[in-house]
Write a protein that binds this ligand. Structure first.
Ligand code: AMP
Ligand code: MG
Length: 382
């Protein structure tokens, strides 16, 4: 699903923003009990501010105008589209939202060695570790989705993901022994949370946590909240096709959201919906995959056997917030269609749209609550 965003003029500027860690911050550290202060976004506000001309400062705009901003973070491009009374107001709010995303990256990144998540994975098996409220909250949520999906969604999948990333780098399929060893370290049941002390204990020392399947949806939600706190309600945050959709643009019923599909045949043009105040996420292997021995493997793996998903598929979930949509889209990408839809129907306010290639043919499936506008366009497989 691709939000209908015309090319954002701010992209060229914002994508050049360089981040500087405070000196000495990158290596020596211990697990922080509280949220790590945000890294300095060098001149982010300044750069975004440069978009405002003097005329903008002087202009007394009355009707809200549309503004777009973008910044690469968490391995994807965050795009913000919002309506504000002036460019100054828009820029201030977008800067705040990007700073919030930056903060969250420092907590949840599995790429940054000094993220709170990686720190917990290293130190959380020696004794229960106090963590930030934010990390505790999302780990707790992740366990909920793990239980709900019977383990199809699992944030302890890290060791298996590492094996597949290595396979992608060297272009060689992982060996059975290597995969079995990695799988042995996977299991959400090995995470123990104590809400009284806000501590986390990892039962195995070889665990590696990976929030990649829900942190972007959460960051989109949080960025939208930040914009709201600045008085901007008509906004949409897109974190690599994990959307947090706010109030409709002025005078419109909602935001036009194009539902992405791996089926690019002319007979099945992409379907679009008009939505507001929801989360929307699409999981699939159209863009993120590794090529190994001539085969394409998805970045999503099945925790049951450690296998990376194969074949073309698209899974879109609409839910009450971006976090829920993000987690469910990944879970449903792993689960068989019928089982996935059963899980989906048990979540209040959630709806799903699945595109699967079966026997060389595209099949479409949807949950009962998925908007009819899209359902009627398709020959459904269910
Ligand atoms: P998404 O694009 O939201 O579906 O998330 C995919 C990312 O989540 C991958 O790049 C992995 O980092 C991680 N991941 C892969 N498989 C799983 C899984 N079964 N459960 C939880 N996280 C996963
Ligand atoms: Mg996801």
């Amino acid at each position: 699903m691709i939000p209908a965003l015309p090319a954002a003029p701010a992209v060229a500027l914002t994508t050049t923003v360089r981040i500087m860690l405070p000196a000495g911050k990158s290596r020596a550290f211990h697990c922080p009990a509280r949220r790590v202060p945000p890294r300095r976004i060098v001149s982010l506000a300044l750069l975004l501010g440069l978009l405002c001309t003097t005329a903008d400062f002087l202009a007394q705009e009355t009707a809200p105008q549309r503004y777009t901003f973008a910044l690469p973070r968490m391995g994807t491009l965050f795009q913000i589209e919002l309506y504000a009374g002036s460019k100054v107001e828009a820029t201030r709010a977008a800067t705040g939202a990007f700073e919030r995303i930056e903060e969250l990256e420092q907590v949840f990144s599995d790429y940054r060695e000094d993220s709170e998540l990686n720190c917990l994975a290293r130190e959380g098996s020696t004794a229960p570790r106090p963590v930030s409220a934010e990390l505790f909250y999302l780990l707790d949520k992740s366990l909920l989705f793990s239980r709900l999906s019977g383990g199809a969604f699992d944030v302890t999948i890290g060791p298996v993901i590492a094996v597949w990333r290595k396979a992608g780098r060297y272009g060689r399929r992982p060996g059975a022994a290597e995969l079995a060893k990695a799988r042995a370290a996977v299991g959400y049941q090995n995470i123990e949370l104590d809400p009284k002390t806000r501590t986390v204990f990892l039962k195995r020392s070889d665990m590696k946590l990976d929030m990649g399947a829900m942190a972007k949806g959460y960051a989109a939600d949080q960025a939208l909240e930040l914009l709201k706190s600045q008085g901007i309600r008509s906004a949409l945050v897109d974190a690599g096709r994990n959307l947090a959709v706010g109030a409709p643009p002025p005078g419109k019923p909602g935001w036009k959201i194009v539902i992405d599909s791996p089926d690019t045949s002319e007979a099945n043009p992409p379907c679009s919906l008009v939505l507001h105040d929801v989360g929307v996420a699409t999981s699939g292997n159209a863009r993120r995959f590794v090529q190994v021995e001539g085969q394409r493997y998805s970045h999503i793996v099945n925790p049951a056997d450690g296998a990376a998903l194969r074949g073309s598929a698209g899974t879109t979930v609409i839910a009450r917030d971006g976090t829920t949509a993000d987690a469910l889209a990944t879970a449903l990408a792993v689960l068989p269609v019928a089982g996935g839809l059963r899980v989906l129907e048990s979540v209040e306010g959630a709806a799903a749209y699945l595109v699967r290639q079966e026997g060389g043919e595209w099949r479409y499936y949807s949950s009962l609550r998925f908007p009819r506008a899209c359902r009627e366009l398709r020959k459904w497989g269910n």
